[in-house]
Design a protein around this ligand. Structure first.
Ligand code: MOS
Length: 754
């Protein structure tokens, strides 16, 4: 069940009320009938198929690679190794101030005999069929000189260093007041260390690319969240101008942060297609994705909370140690959210990195908040118990009046309302603060809650919108729809902004020939692309009026055209109205186009002067078998304050997906690294456990709708990643409430509660 509670401060521009409506995905029928073509399915004549052979060691070099048998195998067209791969720029030093941007730097593959991580590509076999290529891969003999890899994070905390790059644009450390003295003097305190494991995002559609060269230009059909990153990264890697690369990605089977930058499939398909002068398809297998498409790094977090006896925080400390690849630094902003969450005069946050011999980590849904809130919101629960305070009351007592570290006001912040509304709906008063008191036969019943926070971003975006002489509207932008509903939301925005029915709008996405956006990621997609499109529609309305004024075929007299209203597919001036189709047919038979843009949040005054975040409160009920330790979810509730909701159905789906992911993070997900070989052992979906239908309980989502006029022209805030923020901690707190066992090593598997 979903409800949207609207406080009545919606945009005054609303004409047909389409924005916010729970409209079903307009691309849904294409997807369920198989007519939405994904990258690898794209049919071209003469396609050849690549198969990647991965390294069998994690660190060292290739001494000998014998490809002779593979080259003679049936159907094989080409075998590429570091010895014959086309020249690519060096990857470059791990971290220097001059290293190009992470999204745009060259990412060469097969350019050296060096092996940096287990399953790193050492050869690409291209054949007439996928099966022939895979069979030939088994004929390649590789001899390695193996180095000694380092993999164990907890044992190597003394090797930690301070990240050399800023962390997603945030400072790595923050310090306000005197944390050490305040914490030492606090009468009530928690000092707890939590561990979170390696995790992998595995979108349904593996990473896959079809590369088609035509002269010195290449078209890349791939599965990308952000086309501009793919275009720039591939241009650097191939050493050709961006303009010669066209990225096409109209349908994407999930991303979750794993498709923000180019991976080996894209680079190798482009290289091999150029060598062979024919189209080449390369996909990562599910197993290969675990080493080659990023992961969330293992972390150790120490959370220190000091409070007075009334439950007012005097000191908050959050230290994070995270594994990183030795050749390319990557750090999640795990302690950053806490800088804005609760009030306390003395504050300390620090990120530290420990290099390991793995591929680089990448952004995995809610980078930072997802692992960080598991620890931090568990620690808040521990503190509430020590104080003898209700966990909601503790949070209310520490609700800040302004951003506690930046000292600027919040744009909108509905955290307290989310907690109170959630408590009422969930029946929070039935919780017994003493663990283990509520029993149903063998089952111990527990209740838990946690807050949720996630920053609101805008990425620079431009959109183009065209209206033709039949009144049909086409929106074009290189935005992607990774399954989130971009096509639908953008159609709603264009239809409402122009006052036309949604059926009159065609949304074209996923082609780098369209105006550039920030793509999908970081929960910025809908607001960034949507705001650009909204601006484009406003510009189009102005343009229509201008053209009408200048035209002697206009049904309006020029002086009439003050304050025209666009609604119901018509333009109205005073008492007179004319359909858009008739008007455009008269004044501009070739149609009229306009563009609109928004600037990146960091370049805007409102982002500098307001603290902008989405908020929520999660509530969980679990049942734990007192004999076996089996933990079953009973109920989950999320109450969300994320600005104006653009589509109540797709927004709910985003939150539900995040909540299901929160179950995984709390109870199941863990990629196990074999410390002898640096190999992720459970590298498939049979052994990497994620919640399935039977694990997911009744879930309820409630939106406390706001209109955030500081965030963007639509009044919305990002919410894609909010669902997973805090959900896991609410579940962990419920497990504690059920059992009295505080598990600080995630996931909470049954062996840990017995
Ligand atoms: Mo986002 S980390 O691109 O889900």
């Amino acid at each position: 069940m979903t409800e949207t509670m609207t406080p009545g401060n919606r945009s005054s521009e609303t004409s047909n009320g389409l924005i916010g409506q729970p409209i079903a995905r307009i691309d849904g029928p294409l997807k369920v009938t198989g007519r939405a073509t994904y990258a690898y399915e794209h049919a071209v004549n003469e396609a050849a198929y690549g198969y990647i052979l991965g390294a069998a060691i994690a660190k060292g070099r290739i001494v000998e690679i014998d490809t002779a048998k593979a080259e003679r195998a049936p159907g094989v067209l080409h075998v590429m190794t570091y010895r014959n791969a086309p020249a690519q720029p060096e990857f470059g030093p791990a971290v220097t101030p001059t290293v190009p941007e992470v999204f745009t730097r060259a990412r060469p593959v097969l350019n050296s005999d060096r092996v940096r991580f287990y399953d790193e590509p050492v050869a690409l076999i291209v054949a007439e069929t996928f099966e022939a290529a895979r069979a030939a891969a088994g004929l390649i003999r590789v001899r390695y000189e193996e180095g000694r890899g380092a993999f164990d994070l907890p044992a190597r905390l003394s090797d930690a260093y301070t990240p050399r790059r800023t962390n997603a644009g945030f400072e790595t450390d923050s310090a306000i007041g005197d944390f050490d003295s305040a914490f030492a003097a606090a009468p009530v305190k928690v000092d707890a260390t939590y561990r979170t494991p390696y995790e992998h995002h595995n979108p349904m559609e593996p990473h896959a690319t079809l590369a088609v060269w035509s002269g010195d230009e290449v078209t890349i059909h791939t599965s990308a969240q952000t086309l501009a990153n793919f275009q720039a990264g591939l241009a650097s890697t191939l050493g050709i101008p961006r303009e010669r690369i066209r990225i096409v990605s109209p349908y994407i089977g999930g991303g979750f942060g794993s498709k923000l930058i180019v991976h080996a499939d894209t680079v190798l398909a482009a290289l091999a297609a150029r060598v062979l002068r024919r189209p080449v398809k390369v996909a990562l297998t599910r197993q290969q994705m675990f080493a080659n498409a990023g992961h969330r790094a293992e972390m150790v977090q120490r959370v220190r909370l000091g409070a007075d006896r009334h439950g007012r925080l005097t000191s908050i400390g959050h230290d994070v140690w995270s594994a990183t690849s030795g050749f390319e630094e990557f750090c999640e902003q795990t302690a950053v959210f806490g800088r804005s969450l609760y009030a306390a005069p003395n504050r300390l946050t620090r990120h530290r990195l420990v290099p390991v011999d793995l591929n680089r980590g990448e952004w995995m849904r809610s980078p930072g908040e997802a692992p960080g809130m598991l620890a931090y919101e568990s620690a808040m629960d521990e503190l509430a118990e020590k104080l003898g305070l209700d966990p909601i009351e503790l949070r209310i007592r520490n609700e800040p009046t302004e951003d506690p570290e930046r000292g600027v006001p919040f744009s909108t912040r509905n955290l307290v309302a989310c907690m109170q509304e959630g408590a009422r709906r969930f029946g929070w008063e039935r919780r017994d603060a003493t663990p283990g008191r509520i029993r149903e036969g063998r089952k111990l019943i527990g209740y838990g809650m946690a807050a949720a926070i996630r920053p609101n971003y805008i990425g620079a975006a431009t959109a183009k919108v065209t209206i033709d002489a039949k009144g049909r509207v086409t929106a074009e932008l290189d935005m992607t729809d990774i399954g989130t509903g971009s096509y639908t939301i953008l159609a709603q925005i264009a239809a409402e902004s122009l006052g036309v029915p949604i059926a009159a709008v065609k949304v074209e996405l996923g082609d780098s020939r369209f105006p550039r956006t920030a793509g999908s990621g970081g929960s910025w997609g809908a607001a960034s692309a949507g705001s650009a499109l909204h601006q484009a529609c406003n510009a189009l309305k102005e343009r229509i009026v201008e053209v009408a004024r200048a035209s002697d075929r206009s049904p309006f007299r020029a002086e009439d055209l003050a304050g025209p209203k666009f609604a119901d597919g018509e333009v109205r001036v005073g008492e007179r109205s004319v359909s858009l189709a008739d008007l455009i047919g008269e004044i501009a038979p070739d149609g009229i186009a306009a563009t609109g843009s928004v600037a990146a949040a960091r370049d805007t005054e409102s982002y500098r002067t307001y603290s902008q975040h989405s908020y929520g409160a999660h509530f969980a009920e679990v049942a734990v078998d007192s004999d076996t330790g089996e933990i079953r979810m009973r109920r989950l509730l999320a109450v969300i304050g994320a600005g104006r909701i653009l589509n109540a159905r797709t927004a709910r789906s985003q939150i539900l997906g995040g909540m299901a992911w929160g179950i995984g993070a709390a109870l199941m997900e863990e990629t196990v690294l074999d410390p002898r070989y640096g190999h992720f052992v459970n590298h498939d979906l049979a052994e990497y456990h994620v919640p399935v239908n039977g694990d997911v309980p009744e879930m309820e989502v409630v939106f406390l709708e706001e209109y955030d006029d500081k965030a963007n022209p639509l009044g919305s805030k990002g919410l894609g990643e909010l669902g997973v923020c805090g959900t896991g901690a609410a579940i962990a707190n419920a497990v504690y409430n059920a059992t009295g066992v505080r598990v600080r090593e995630f996931p909470i598997t049954l062996d840990k509660v017995l």
